[in-house]
Design a protein around this ligand. Sequence first.
Ligand SMILES: [Zn+2]
Length: 445
Amino acid sequence: MKIGLEIHVQLPTKSKMFCSCPTTDAPAPNTHVCPTCLGMPGSRPVLNRKVLEYGIMLAKMLGCKVADTTWFSRKTYFYPDMSKSVQITQYDNPIGEGGVYYLNGKKPIRITRIHVEEDPGKTKRVGDLSSLIDYNRSGIPLAEIVTEPDISTPAEAREFLGQLIEDIRHVIALPGDGERSIRCDCNISVGKERCEVKNVTGLKNVERALTFEMIRQTKILKAGGKIDRETRRFDEERGVTISVRKKEFEADYGYIDEPDLGIYHLKEMADAIKIKESPQKMALRLAHEYGIDQKAAKQLVTTSVGLAETFEAVAKELGVQNAVKWVSGPVSAGWKAMEARGGSPDDVVPIIRRFVAGEITDTECALEIKCAMTGESAESVKGASGDLDKIIGEFLDQNPAIIADYAKNEKAANKAIGFVMKQSGGRFSSAEVVEAVRKDIESRM
Ligand SMILES: [Zn+2]
């Protein structure tokens, strides 16, 4: 089985690709439109330079060769959501070609090409006979990333897409939600001929659509049938793919060079653009450079690239051991809380520095980090932990049998741990409670 993907990413420009209409969420359908993005007679497209910059960034991220010169083509097809009957896209000389992406840092998925093009509008079906069309999306810039059919299973396609999207989000600072989306055309062949499932959104749906297609094609071939080359769509509710049309070939689109736009020389621009390290590459590098295992490195980067950067800063200055002990420990545990209150990780490194210099103890360091992450004062955290000791103390006073049982089997502590967790209503982490209960029991033995 062979699977290849065509991934469409809406680029985070402020205005559309060839006009100055905004790309933000519109208050109502057909409000962010103008003669250019509607393709009215006499209108002329003007290219948004940012589109080329984002295209180059992605091309570099994917290890593609960036073209020295590039231009645009008109792809002719009639569809109601494309009011011009032509889409401005790239056919010859796309921005980038011949890249490779390493899935899990290992398996190469070759990237055929990456080009930029304009998004069509949106069609919304109303009943069986009519549709409404919204052109707000028309002219929003897209990057299309095309892979070779190097993906082996639907689950692998999902994994690949997940990692790729994480990298793209970081490298071009794509917002995590909102209208801007990532859509995927999935090509899959079990036998000789392939089918394309158009416009699938979401990782889970990509896997579902491909799994359905895999089973459908396998059944046909087993029954001695033949797969037709065709375009299908995925019905999310029913979880099935449906034939839309027999697949057209590239020649059917009658591409011509876009006469309203010129040739763009990219070399200087491409040389000047430096891209951020992608999260997947960063995880691999951290594991390799600091000798931590890949899972731990991945965990840091997935929690936040900022956390991974803090890890690296501490590892460089104060040694890997301290980075593992403090950054992978309490800093990581408090990271989400810190982000949620709009805090910064800058305060953490000086605390660890003082610990390494012997100015504060282990316990003080842990406490100060916790305060830095949550924004609470040391007194309130201390007060809370005093509270914790009190709850545990009282419970053990009333249940002295636990101490004797614990000497035989440490699991006896679970009764006290369970009680305290319930009693404190989640104010303390389970690690804290386990630690405090053990300490108290052991002090009584
Ligand atoms: Zn416009």
